[in-house]
Structure formats: C-alpha cells, structure tokens
Design a protein around this ligand. Sequence first.
Ligand code: HEM
Ligand code: CU
Length: 446
Amino acid sequence: IPVSREMIAELTSPPNVPTPVGRRKAKKLIVNMEILEEEGELTDGVKYVYWTFGGSVPGSFIRTRVGDEVEFTLSNHPDNKLPHNIDLHAVTGPGGGAESSFVAPGHEKTFSFKTLNPGLYVYHCATAPVGMHIANGMYGLILVEPEGGLPQVDKEYYIMQGDFYTKGKNGERGLQPFDMQKAVDENADYVVFNGSVGALTGDNAITAKVGETVRLYVGNGGPNLVSSFHVIGEIFDKVHVEGGDLINENVQTTLIPAGGAAIVEFKVDVPGTFILVDHSIFRAFNKGALGMLKVEGEEQKKIYSGEIREGIYLPEGPGIQNMPTTNEIVESEIPAKSFEEQMEFGKQIYMQNCFACHQSEGQGIPNAFPPLAKSDYLNADVDRAIGVVVNGLSGEITVNGNKYNSVMTKQMISSDDVANVLTYVYNSWGNSKKVVTKKMVDDVKK
Ligand code: HEM
Ligand code: CU
C-alpha cells in the first residue's frame, strides 16, 4: 500500500484511547513521545517517583493500523536524571527499537518502523536495570489495527496492570523509594491498574450505559506478575487472546502475561457497578488491583433481579505482613583462575550491568553518568570504587573536574563478579591497571 500522506499520531493518557483508524489508508505516522520522571501518588499519602512515557502510567496509548510507517521520536526531558529507551513489541527490528532509541536527559532520538502485524502490543523501557525502569512505570500499549479497523463498539478504554515495590510496606506513608530486593524477589507491595490504587474507582470509574458494547484494551506491564483479568458480574463475549487474531468467546477470566495484552469485549445488559480485578484475589482487595465500571440505565429484570446492596466488593486495604527481605546474592559458579579469565568474566558483567550507564568504552554520558575511562575518582581509591559497586552511590561527586549529583543503585553481583568487573575496568581505557581480588571485595563488605 503506498503511503499517501503523513499525519501526527494522537496520543492519549489512560483510560482513554485515540480515535479508531476506521477505513483510513496506511500512512506515515509521526509519534512524538516525551519521557518524564515525576512524583505522583501511589495510594493515599504514599508518594512515588514515577518514570513515564508521556507523563502517565501506563504511558500514552498509540493507535496505528497495519502498514503504517511510524517515525518515532523519543525525547528525554532535561530535568530527568536517567537515560531511557523504548522497546515496542509491535516493532520488527533490533531490540524492538531499544537499540536505536537510547537517549540521555535533554536529548531526543528518532527511528522508524513499519507495522507488519496487527494486534495489541506492550511497549516498555529497556534501559538497565531494565526491571527497575519497568517497575517505575515505563510501559504502555500500542494498538495496530487491521486493514479496515476493528469492528465499531460504543465504549473503549485503556487499562494496564503493574506491580510496585516500595521500601516501606503497603500503606506506609511518605515518599517511598523503589526496593530492588523486593522486586528481585517478586514480592510486590502494590498491584494496580493504571499506575495507582484507585485510578479506576469512585469518581475515576469507567462508565457505560445499558445496552452498550464495551471494549477494554488491557495490558500488563509487570515487571513480574501475570494477571488473571476478570470483571465481576460480566462475561467477556469476545477475547482477542494475548492481543492477537485468535478470538475466544464466553470467557470468565483471561490470562494476561507480563509484557502481554488482551482485548476484551462485552455488552453490558444490566445496570450496576462491575468490578475489574486481577483474580489472584489478594492483589485485588489488598494490594490495589481493583477497578470499577459503572453502568447506568433501566433494570432488566428478565436478566437479573434481586435486592441490590452496594459495597459488597470494596478494597480492603493493606494489613500486609512485612516479609523479611533476604539479601542473598548468588555466587558465581566458577571463579576466575587467571588474570585473563578475570578480564573475560569482568567484561561480561560490565556489558550486563554497567554498560547502559557508563557506556561501552567507559566514556559515560555528560551530566548524567560519570566516565570510568581515565577516571581520577576511580583511580584514586580502589576500596572506595569497590564500595560504590557494592553499596551504590548518591550525592555530589567530582570526576575529572565535572560534577555529578545522581544515584547509582548497588549492583547485586557476587564478590567474585565485583572483583572481575573492577579488574576489567581498571585494566581498560587508560586506567591504572589494578587487579581486584575477591578478598579485597569481602574486606570492604565487612
Ligand atoms: C558512579 C562503577 C553500574 C550510574 C560510579 C563510579 C564507579 C562506578 C567506579 C564512581 C565515579 C567514577 O569513577 O566515574 C560502576 C560499575 C558498574 C556500574 C563497575 C557495574 C557493575 C552503574 C549503572 C548505573 C550507574 C547500571 C545507572 C543505572 C552511576 C552514577 C554514578 C556512578 C549515576 C554517579 C553517582 C553520583 O553522582 O553520586 N559507578 N557503575 N552505574 N555510577 Fe556506576
Ligand atoms: Cu527507562
């Protein structure tokens, strides 16, 4: 199909979706998305610094049709602290775009792709630590409609589940930092729809009228948990299983994988409040995965009759036990036997754990990540460098005359791996050629 014209994509924040593509021809579609790191409210009195695509969790909904040539520009707001990128599952290409979109604060990156497969797809940030970027809210949905568009319905909404991990337990007030250990353990404090507890309840509930057909675009950002998506008091007439072409009918609960999606459709036949849940039910009533669809209209007594008592299904709040966090780090199976092996293993660790921020040649990113190449800070004090990797680092430091005031999370790697990666760093890019041993690392840990 020849691309006739270009158009700027309409982007919407949840629970809204852009206008259907209808019968329009494939086009060059220009998507401009900005990353914003900003504080929001996870639940009453609990603040959280979200990292977002377009200022919302989930990020802006993107609506395309098959055959569109998408020109995607990702910009990273200058006030942000970290570099980010985007991997769209609708992209056929390296990293789903992630390899072309890595962008430092104050910069932008453009890449292009053609939508080859119709369906509902997740997008997410893929910058290391990947799980942390996703856990902080960096996910959303992109819909690729088939030729001619999806069948028309009366109401469409955008819902996405995510799990959150906070230093304090569920309900603990104040600004809550992300907890890496709980995330690794998959021990979520909050499981929510649309980024916060209550994003779809009370005045925020989605609505419909009796007799209307409703289509929900439901995604799951994870990072960890699989959703058993269910609407209490409704049966899905149709489910586009996993967001693809396969349509299942008359479904009670549909599985939505982490990093996956589903389109569910149903006609609302009777009035009332219908509760959206992850049917892993403690998540719904105790961790936040509960939304509401309010349906207004005439009672249909042939379909349902009975005395209605409101408030049967309401959130029950926290009361979650504070699980003791383990701090176990898996030791590497085979310790390096020589300097050459330390360099080899160390490079692997570097490429997995450090490279996203400090870059492939240790050059860092101006104003965001200090260089490790010829770093005076690194070379001055080996125990301090070990401490940085083992404990993380925050606050102002000066490296080669430039000031950095950011956060490096502690690296969850074994003493052997710390020794290997630092040996690799010290013996690369003009550094002072120190050899770091496991014993030196263990001494710093004491
Ligand atoms: C600082 C090493 C992973 C972000 C540092 C420093 C070292 C270091 C030695 C001290 C400053 C310097 O010498 O330039 C490493 C190693 C890593 C690793 C060996 C992997 C095992 C990461 C990752 C990130 C990161 C993944 C980003 C998510 C930072 C930042 C600082 C820093 C922001 C400055 C912190 C501040 O301003 O207080 N790193 N790093 N590092 N690193 Fe890393
Ligand atoms: Cu990110």
